[in-house]
Each structure stands twice: as structure tokens, then as C-alpha cells.
Design a protein around this ligand. Sequence first.
Ligand SMILES: [Fe+2]
Length: 279
Amino acid sequence: MKKIAHISDLHFGRVNYKAAEGLLVDLKHHEPDLVIVSGDLTQRARNSQFREVRDYLKKIGFPIFVIPGNHDIPFFDFIRRFFAPLDRYKEYITEDLRPFYMDNEIAVYGINTARSNTWSEGRISIEQMAAMKEQLCGLPENLLKIVVTHHPFIVPPGRVGIRIVGRAVRALDIIDECQIDLLLAGHLHDAFHTDIRTYHTKRERSVIVAQAGTSISKRTRYMKPNSYNFIHAASNYLRIEERRWNDEIFDSSLITTLTKEENEWRKVQEVEVPGHSHP
Ligand SMILES: [Fe+2]
């Protein structure tokens, strides 16, 4: 069993520093095998913001797996936005825009969905789909395969006017072909996890989707607090825990346990920890 902390949308430049310190404490306590950061490390892709997030990620002290989000591409600086969109990300964070992690239980693949032209909306290119297929399709069946994007494959119920990542349906065909079980994303600042078929109702295969809220920024939405997902993962088992900031600590709220039987993820238990409300 592996322990994954899925944090997202840090937005250095608009950070709640008390929550940022609280997250470091909570991560230290839970000792994840891997910390996945699903994009929007900065608010405006400035040098000072990248320096700050680089130093923050170093303080985490566990292996980090990171992809960029749209906010990691400059918005107002048009020269940089169109001709060197991720240069600062590459300079301060990593050159690797297709991160891959594998151990004896999980394989994790990251796709950069941020784009200069549409800026806030993301997309997966045909070439990125081919690269994902090449990396993931031939892996042993006993690994739990995870794909990380900034932009989401689904929208939580009741949210209108929000678009999913471009070419999601074509990418989902490859996700099925390669037997990928878990999709992690951010962007919406709206923590949520479910089966892909609750949104893509015509799809046949069970895939679990976990979207993280904004973990430490002041840009919370929908009256939801800062949060991150703490995930226990094995080939046929997932426990997804949303840990919410209560202005003092990150604390347990919604915990969903799932097992996979005959290629179908089934919810074994869903627990709301008392003292928290889930919309
Ligand atoms: Fe964001």
C-alpha cells in the first residue's frame, strides 16, 4: 500500500501562510511516499513566486511529483506567454513536463495541460496521448496506474459554465486501453471524488477521479475551505481522504474507501467525519 498526498493550486503570490505551514505539519505527520502537485504553483508565474514555491516544496521533505497549471504560464507578459511560456517553471521547478514515477505498487504519469493561447482552459495534444500510451500501456497489470493533469476530466455536480480538459473523451479511450484506474486534477478549487461515469455517462469502464481543492491559497471557491487529498493506493484498493483546513490544522472530513472487483471499482464505505459538513 502506498500513501500519496495530492496537493494542488498553491498559487504562491496569493498564499494563506498559516495554511501553508499547517500543510507542512500535516504532511510530516502522515509521511506520504509521494507528494503529487497538480499545477498552479504560482499566481502569476513571476520569478519571486517561483522562488518562493521552490523553497516551499523543498521544505516538504518527501518525494515530489509535479506538473504545471495555467497560472504557471505568464498571463500579462505576452512575449513570455507565447514564446517562452514555461521557461520559469523549467528554471525553478523542473525541466520535466512529462513526469513519470513507478515503484512496486503504483505508476504515475503527468500531462501538462496548460496552454498559452486559451490560457485558462487546458488541452491534451494528440502527441501527448501517444506519449501516455507508450509510457503506460505496457506496464505490469498489478500496478495501480495514475494520470495527473491540472485541468479536470469531470465537473462536480451543479457547477455550470465550466469546461473539462480539451480532448478528454479521446484521452479517456487511451486511459481505458492502458487500464488506468485513477485520474488526479485540480484547477477548479473544488475538492471532489467520484467514478468517471457519473459525468461521462456513456462510458463503460470504471475509473476513479479525485480532484483536489486549493491546498493553501486564499483563492478558495464555492465556500469550500483549503484542502488536499490523502490517498492510500494499491492495485485493487483506494482510500481517498479529503483533509480540510479549519484555520488551525488540516483535519479529516470525507473518507471514501473503494475496492476493485472484476474491473469495477465499488464504494465500500463513505464516511463524513463529525464536525465537518460536505456540500
Ligand atoms: Fe488554480
